[in-house]
Design a protein around this ligand. Structure first.
Ligand SMILES: Nc1nc2c(c(=O)[nH]1)N[C@H]1C(S)=C(S)[C@@H](COP(=O)(O)OP(=O)(O)OC[C@H]3O[C@@H](n4cnc5c(=O)[nH]c(N)nc54)[C@H](O)[C@@H]3O)O[C@H]1N2
Ligand SMILES: Nc1nc2c(c(=O)[nH]1)N[C@H]1C(S)=C(S)[C@@H](COP(=O)(O)OP(=O)(O)OC[C@H]3O[C@@H](n4cnc5c(=O)[nH]c(N)nc54)[C@H](O)[C@@H]3O)O[C@H]1N2
Ligand code: SF4
Ligand SMILES: [Mo]
Length: 710
């Protein structure tokens, strides 16, 4: 036995990036706790992180490449798998053109710098435009809004919560999600600190969330109606003269303020209160509080993104912050200055990555950043013609569970010539794969926060070396994806042979050297070797003013009435005047789960079932439904059975089910997860409901009915 070793590693499960102290013995994890010496997370940890060792040792984990045969999955060698995949991809491309090969990058891709870089390499090597990711069921409207407002899609304003005296939260539940679009470990304490220094937290949400429980004020808001509330706030800020005093408008504003003011005039607090459910006086009060608190901000996340007016709502959030003089201000919202400057790098993106540079073949949804929204994928697979998808490569994604109309997508996958999943489990999606290619997980691979480094509530960076060796039969995503690109290219012949050689060179060069190069080009005085030696998170200081620099890259003024918003005003007026559907569905997260894939760890799933449909007492009574009953949740595309929880947490007219459940399906090899009571919320969410501006799936606000099971 070798002696126990304790090392630092940063939790890779969610945006919060908590520092962990991990004890290992003989290549096995024996203890995981919060790292009190981590300057950013200060020892905070949540239950999920304590299960990372279980995840690595999960008996259901895939530890060598698997090939699907008539008798189920059988192990194959890496060479056999990669050669066969490359041969088939080359043939599919020859027959159907580059668009016949699609890729889908799932959420954990963003937590793996090697995979993130390799996905760019692979997509370029494969060519074509049928590329997809979890972005369009998550944060795409945020990136479109930033592109429109600041000219840079990655310029995400982050609430400067450590110096804030007011945080208005619209459509996020950070006490459960641990914060998103703002890397803020130990968020519970950070939020409590706002209140301890006399500040306030205000929440607007269709569900009285766990965050709302701690807030100073809470209001229900009807799903999908945020843009109306925000327009009314803008109307109030303009008509009461607050906007005229905004220094950020004076310094950076375009001439659009008059047009914005005119547009907002038709959305007064009184005019929107019925449709939104937010009382006019409360709405005006929040707008005034935002304008009169020098260090305050309005923050929106999932709830304001994955809905039919997600892009409008997100643009409007930034406009409210600009008009209330909270943008690019200390204690307001600010932009990150990360080690690898993804803001600056994104400012060089070519026109072909612009919103709508291409339209998807069947549904006409817009491309952005070189990919289409996932809502376009089912038709691209199902509808014949040149460019029809015939092969799908999924990396760290579970689209059958996470994408709307997942069941239909699963069926569509069965019709494909080739499905390859780079994943650690045989789950809802990967059971449809011809090959499953396994990777390291947890503390088995190196880690730099390439994507999340720009979103800290303080600037931060780290580099974690692996703490334990990966199982012998797995490959890092970097190697798998770049090697697949190389082998496919070499089979396509001609000049692609040279491309294959170049790709092999890139593979050997490795992702860490690329990161180090990018760090040398970046705005922070850090190098990879220094971060490695540090052994914990490096605190790069509080958020600094950056708007002037960012706008300067594109020689731009702050867009105050962008065309994308102007074009949506008729639709928003229609929304204002419409009757809300009788009952709509929203989703929620739970503290002990992470999207669709931690349900196989007994440590997290023990106890009462968490996949319950929350319904208000008023709605339950009207339907003769009782707490604890199993009910049918029905939409135009499907029906599922779920246990009912009657609670006044949800607004009347709204039901709420967590996403990511429903592992009990034929072929899923997850022994713990498939015993869980629950179903996939996405089996009743229609993939055709989208935010038309960005194509983002409107996961929230699906009209549904609920009945007793007969
Ligand atoms: N209705 C509804 N749907 C939603 C949401 C919602 O709120 N409501 N939320 C949406 C959001 S925000 C997101 S981000 C998406 C997520 O959507 P996806 O990214 O499609 O799905 P995940 O559930 O994150 O699944 C991650 C997959 O990666 C695998 N995996 C985990 N770690 C690794 C690794 O290190 N390497 C590899 N190769 N594989 C790994 C897991 O086994 C799993 O198959 O879901 C979205 N879907
Ligand atoms: N424990 C846990 N933590 C996680 C995850 C997880 O699965 N589990 N997933 C991680 C991921 S991938 C992400 S992207 C983040 C997301 O982090 P958050 O953005 O905080 O996501 P949610 O907790 O889903 O909160 C969304 C809120 O929006 C509300 N909502 C729904 N529709 C509307 C609407 O139309 N308007 C408004 N105003 N609100 C609405 C919902 O009731 C919910 O409270 O969480 C991350 N952290
Ligand atoms: S909040 Fe939990 S899951 Fe998220 S990074 Fe921290 S320990 Fe990991
Ligand atoms: Mo997400």
């Amino acid at each position: 036995m070798s002696p126990a070793q304790v090392g630092h590693y940063t939790c890779m499960l969610c945006d919060a990036h908590c520092g962990l102290r991990v004890q290992c013995e003989d290549g096995r994890v024996t203890d995981i706790r919060g790292d009190a010496d981590d300057p950013f997370s200060r020892g905070h940890i949540c239950p999920k992180a304590t299960a990372i060792g279980d995840l690595m040792e999960d008996p259901d984990r895939v530890r060598q490449p698997l090939k699907r045969t008539a008798d189920g999955f059988v192990p194959v060698s890496w060479d056999e798998a990669l050669d066969d995949i490359a041969t088939r991809l080359a043939a599919i491309r020859r027959a159907g053109g580059p668009d016949a090969i699609a890729t889908y990058m799932g959420n954990p891709t963003a937590h793996d710098h090697g995979a993130s870089l390799a996905s760019v390499v692979l997509r370029k090597a494969l060519g074509g435009s049928n590329h997809y990711s979890a972005l369009s069921i998550d944060t795409l409207p945020r990136m479109v809004a930033s592109h429109v407002m600041y000219g840079v899609p990655t310029a995400v304003p982050i609430p400067d919560i450590d110096r804030s005296d007011l945080l208005v939260i619209l459509g996020a539940n950070p006490l459960v999600s641990n914060g998103s679009g703002m890397v803020s470990p130990d968020l519970r304490v950070r939020l409590a600190d706002i209140q301890a220094r006399g500040g306030r937290i205000v929440v607007l949400d269709p569900r009285r969330t766990e965050t709302a429980d701690k807030a100073d004020a809470f209001h229900f808001i009807r799903p999908g109606s945020d843009a109306l509330v925000l327009l009314a706030m803008i109307e109030h800020l303009c008509s009461r003269g607050f906007a005229a005093k905004s220094s950020v408008l004076q310094r950076f504003g375009s001439g659009g303020i008059e047009a914005l003011k005119q547009a907002a005039a038709a959305f007064t607090a009184e005019q929107v209160q019925e449709r939104t459910g937010v009382p006019a006086a409360a709405l005006r009060g929040i707008a005034e509080e935002l304008a009169s608190t020098p260090r305050g901000s309005l923050y929106g996340r999932m709830g304001t993104c994955v809905q039919e007016h997600g892009t409008s709502a997100t643009i409007l959030i930034d406009l409210v912050n600009a008009l209330a003089d909270n943008l690019d201000h200390e204690g307001g919202t600010r932009f990150g200055t990360p080690g690898v400057d993804l803001l600056r790098l994104a400012s060089f993106l070519p026109k072909s990555e612009d919103l709508g540079a291409k339209r998807s073949r069947i549904d006409g949804l817009p491309s952005f950043l070189g990919e289409y929204p996932v809502a376009a994928l089912p038709s691209e697979i199902e509808v014949p013609g040149r460019g029809q998808v015939r092969a799908l490569l999924v990396h760290a994604g579970n689209p059958v569970s996470s994408n709307p109309n997942g069941a239909r997508l699963g069926e569509a996958l069965e019709g494909l010539d080739l499905v390859v999943a780079v994943d650690i489990y045989v789950n809802e999606t990967t059971r449809h794969a011809h090959y499953i290619l396994p990777t390291p997980v947890g503390f088995e691979r190196p880690q730099y926060p390439l994507f999340f480094g720009q979103q800290g509530v303080r600037n931060f960076a780290f580099f974690d070396a692996p703490l334990v060796p990966a199982p012998k039969g797995v490959w890092e995503s970097w190697d798998i994806l770049v090697e697949l690109a190389a082998r496919t290219s070499s089979r396509l012949g001609g000049l692609r042979h040279l491309a294959a050689m170049a790709l092999r060179g890139i593979r050997r060069f490795g992702p860490e050297r690329i990161i180090d190069l990018l760090l040398r080009l970046g705005p922070q005085p850090i190098r990879l070797a220094g971060l490695r030696a540090e052994g914990t998170t490096t605190d790069l200081g509080p958020l600094e003013p950056r708007l002037k620099t960012i706008l300067g890259w594109k020689k731009k003024r702050l867009a105050l009435f962008p065309d994308l918003l102007a074009e949506q005003l008729p639709a928003l007026a229609q929304l204002r005047d419409s009757e809300p559907p009788e009952l709509v569905l929203i989703s929620r997260r739970t503290l002990r789960s992470n999207n669709s894939w931690l349900h196989n760890l007994g440590r997290l799933t023990r106890g009462r079932g968490r996949c319950t449909l929350e319904m208000s007492p008023l709605d339950a009574e009207g339907r003769g439904l009782v707490d604890g009953a199993t009910v049918l949740l029905i939409s135009g595309i499907g029906r599922i059975e779920v246990p009912l929880a009657v609670t006044d947490r949800v607004m009347p007219g709204v039901v709420c089910l967590p996403h990511g459940w429903g592992q009990k399906r034929e072929g899923v090899a997850l022994r713990v997860a498939s015993e869980q009571v629950g179903a996939s919320v996405n089996d009743v969410i229609d993939h055709r409901r989208v935010d038309p501006v960005s194509g983002t799936s409107a996961l929230s606000g699906q009209p549904v009915t609920v009945e007793a099971r007969s």
